[in-house]
Design a protein around this ligand. Structure first.
Ligand SMILES: [Cu+2]
Length: 346
């Protein structure tokens, strides 16, 4: 009897542990079951976050708290082109999150699509379905190793999802909304980047760090200034604009200033959703390239870095003398559509 009781107790313990994290080969797999709550959460994002090109500083401690909001809000792709984006935080792409290997992210995200301005307040944009739509959303972290059915589940307007994940691999990783139709949610702007640094930080010293997320827009015109994402051209992979950090050619309008000879590290993520990129800085060569941002994947002396959708890299280089150095997606159709910028070396 005692034996049966002991076995049952062990079975009970095992079944309790099914959704708990486990550790093999020094990695942390899985996490406790996600929960979804309905209560009002304080508005705003929280955590070691920044918007590109700024790179956030890593937070100390074994556990960090990170809070995202999803909101529907007007977003300017360029001066005369705006649409109602679905966004994480307050921009497209969403905020860059910095995590350290071994850190556990205690994550929560509120779907605030029900808080969008009512359509009647903005009749000009009434054909823009993103404007007033109460839309289910979710988040998928490529930097995590967890059950996607559980953690990346869709939450309804007004709900908040809570789950944890632990960073196993250093690198640059995508995050995005995974709610069907995924292509539509991504083209509306639900994309971003996580930087996971090694336990002791990335090796080597640099003078500047910049983060670039590349993405494509598939927009069709509603009226003179208003656009809306178009799934027809998105399925054909024929973008209207391509951007670094969400805005067409913004670093041509506002170049990034450095000193000649400075060592620069770029954290680069191709969020697609469809097309590859070939990142190149005119006038220099990448001394170091870490594919997917992992220092173990090192290449040297590269002219361009070819990255498919959901692929990233970290590149290090110097701008050898004073001058303007244009950086592009060397697939030049993409550069023409906005994937270009400039460093000015003084
Ligand atoms: Cu979504």
């Amino acid at each position: 009897m005692r034996y049966i009781f002991a076995c049952s107790f062990l079975l009970f313990l095992c079944s309790c542990n099914q959704t708990q994290s486990s550790s093999h080969y020094g990695k942390n797999y899985g996490a406790p079951t996600a929960t979804v709550s309905n209560g009002a959460e304080p508005k705003g994002i929280k955590g070691p976050l920044s918007y590109g090109p700024d790179v956030p500083a890593a937070a100390s401690g074994d556990t960090i708290e990170v809070k995202f909001d999803v909101q529907h809000k007007r977003f300017h792709v360029k001066n005369d082109v705006a649409y109602t984006a679905w966004m994480f935080g307050d921009s497209v792409p969403g905020p860059i999150l910095k995590v350290r290997v071994g850190q556990t992210v205690k994550f929560s995200m509120t779907n605030r699509s029900n808080e969008a301005a009512p359509m009647s307040m903005d009749m000009d944009h009434s054909m823009d379905m993103g404007h007033s739509a109460q839309m289910p959303h979710s988040i998928d972290f490529h930097a995590a190793m967890v059950n996607p059915e559980d953690k990346y589940r869709t939450v309804n307007p007004g709900e908040t999802i809570h789950f944890t994940w632990t960073a196993n691999y250093p690198g640059v990783f995508m995050y995005h909304c995974g709610t069907p139709m995924v292509l539509m949610h991504m083209t509306y702007g639900m994309i971003g980047m996580v930087i996971v640094e090694p336990k002791n930080g990335f090796p080597g010293k640099v003078d500047h760090e910049y983060a670039f997320v590349q993405n494509e827009y598939y927009l069709k015109k509603i009226n003179d200034s208003s656009y809306t994402p178009d799934t027809v051209t998105a399925r054909l992979k024929q973008p209207t604009f391509v951007a670094f950090n969400g805005k067409v050619a913004q670093y041509i309008l506002h170049p990034i200033h450095v000193k000649a000879g400075d060592r620069i590290r770029v954290y680069f993520m191709n969020d697609g959703p469809n097309n590859a990129t070939s990142f190149h800085v005119i006038g220099t060569i990448f001394d170091k390239v870490w594919f997917d941002g992992n220092p173990r994947n090192e290449f040297e002396g590269m002219q361009a870095v070819y990255l498919g959708p959901a692929c990233g890299a970290i590149m290090e280089f110097v701008l050898p003398e004073k001058g303007r150095y244009t950086f592009v997606d060397h697939s030049f159709a993409d550069a023409e559509m906005g994937a270009m910028g400039q460093f000015v070396a003084e």
